[in-house]
Design a protein around this ligand. Structure first.
Ligand SMILES: *Cc1c(COP(=O)(O)O)cnc(C)c1O
Length: 421
């Protein structure tokens, strides 16, 4: 038997499993079938409330929609956050449907000219990733005859320790090296653009609060030095995010209260060059990851050389991360349960495998679960971020899963909306 990660508290202990006050079976009936992603927006709203209380007053909160671009979820989150961060023209359309352009910023290398043009025409802020991109943006703005909103993304000398995906402290396609960032900001200001400030993102999926505290302190210091060099107060300093969630055995939830207290303390002693600047953090995974449950039905039960397998109608084409093939080196088990199981059902050691013809498609490896049969539903938790949109859904030609928004930000337990592909 191998251990699995902890089931999020909101879902722990209910048998059969309930999500936003309804059973998994009721959500499946509402959506029409399995496989199904259920996102409990009440959980997202509660996390945002807790985060706001923990962070210094006046700190803006952005949602990075690449974590989960399901349109009804973006619509539900938009009124609860100050900005949306996007990384493509497709995400721009989703964001513009939910927030004014002035609250949207567009990061990411390789922005095409048509994306740059659409963003500038709409009034979306471009986080410039290179001098070349700055040149293209200024030329597009000239041609359109509009003042572009441009921020400079910095590739910092800072590394977010323990980060699942390091994005700073090395040669990088993201942002402009810190030693050239002030020069680019000056060029943007001199060209008459609406300079929006700096964007400094040092990593993702960190679970050590001390690492985030240190990174934020270094990020503020760097922003202060750059602002001094530019000689203009940056309107906004986006400090990045990197807040992780505990997927695996032994991992602990992040102490955001400690992070907020340290950041508040730092902000009482800002350098003069940052006086009057606004600050923001941008989060994806931490806001939505724990709110999602992937429900998939057992199609077959089989034994092979003494081991039991549950074969389900979903798989890594919908939830690649649970199979250990997205952003992890060693395969470890996400939290899973048998949604339909009653309390005190007898348990067994079993592997949950998807329906794809590849040995990679193993959603849970030799875990202890209540005995399940064909027809039972397996729940895979921590499925709210980097799930469907980060999985190879075209691989092997199966249907797309369904998605449904559960609960409401303001009225818990009501069906908010549903949408079936
Ligand atoms: C991906 C990304 C995020 C969100 O990261 P999470 O780990 O999901 O919080 C934020 N900002 C930028 C620039 C990103 O690329």
């Amino acid at each position: 038997m191998k251990p699995m990660g902890a089931i999020p508290a909101e879902f722990r202990g209910s048998a059969p499993l309930t999500i936003a006050g309804r059973t998994a079976d009721e959500w499946i009936a509402a959506a029409g079938d399995t496989p199904l992603f259920v996102y409990d927006v009440g959980i997202v709203a509660a996390r945002i409330t807790r985060l706001r209380a923990a962070m210094p007053a006046g700190l803006d909160l952005h949602y990075a929609i690449k974590a989960n671009p399901y349109a009804p979820l973006i619509e539900a989150i938009a009124p609860l956050v100050d900005g949306l961060d996007i990384a493509s023209k497709g995400e721009m359309a989703l964001a513009l449907a939910a927030k004014p352009a002035s609250a949207i910023s567009f990061a990411g290398p390789g922005k095409r000219n048509d994306e740059i043009e659409e963003a500038i025409a709409a009034g979306v802020t471009l986080n410039l990733e290179s001098e070349g991109e700055a040149g293209r943006a200024l030329a597009v703005a000239d041609r359109l005859g509009v003042t572009p909103r441009l921020a400079v993304r910095v590739n910092p000398e800072i590394e977010l320790r323990g980060s699942g995906m390091r994005m700073g402290g090395r040669a990088s396609p993201f942002g402009i090296d810190a030693d050239r960032a002030a020069e680019l900001a000056k060029r943007v200001v001199a060209a008459g653009a609406d300079w929006r400030g700096f964007h400094i993102f040092a990593g993702s999926q960190a679970l050590d609060p001390q690492a985030i505290i240190e990174t934020q302190a270094e990020t503020l210091a760097l922003a202060g030095r750059l602002a001094e060099e530019v000689g203009v107060t940056p309107p906004l300093v986006n400090l990045g995010g990197g807040f992780g969630i505990p997927y695996f055995p032994g991992e602990m939830p992040l102490d955001i209260e400690a992070i907020g207290a340290a950041l508040a303390e730092r902000m009482t002693s800002l350098p003069d060059s940052l006086k009057g600047a606004k600050f923001a953090i941008e989060l994806g995974r931490w806001l939505v990851g724990e709110a999602g449950v992937y429900l998939t039905r057992v199609i077959d039960r089989k034994e092979s050389r003494g081991e039991a397998f549950l074969v389900v109608d979903g798989g890594l084409h919908h939830q690649l991360a649970a199979s250990g093939n997205f952003g992890t080196v060693v395969k470890r088990n996400y939290p899973v349960s048998v949604a339909s199981a009653q309390k005190d059902a007898p348990v067994e050691t079993v592997s949950v495998v998807g329906c794809l013809c590849t040995p990679l498609d193993r959603l849970a490896d030799r875990v202890s679960l209540p005995m399940a049969q064909p027809g039972d539903v397996i729940a895979i938790f921590m499925a709210g971020a980097y799930g469907l949109s980060a999985s190879p859904s075209a691989f092997l030609g199966h249907e797309l899963p369904r998605q449904i928004l559960a609960g409401r930000a303001d009225t818990p337990n009501a069906i908010f909306t549903s949408s079936v592909p």
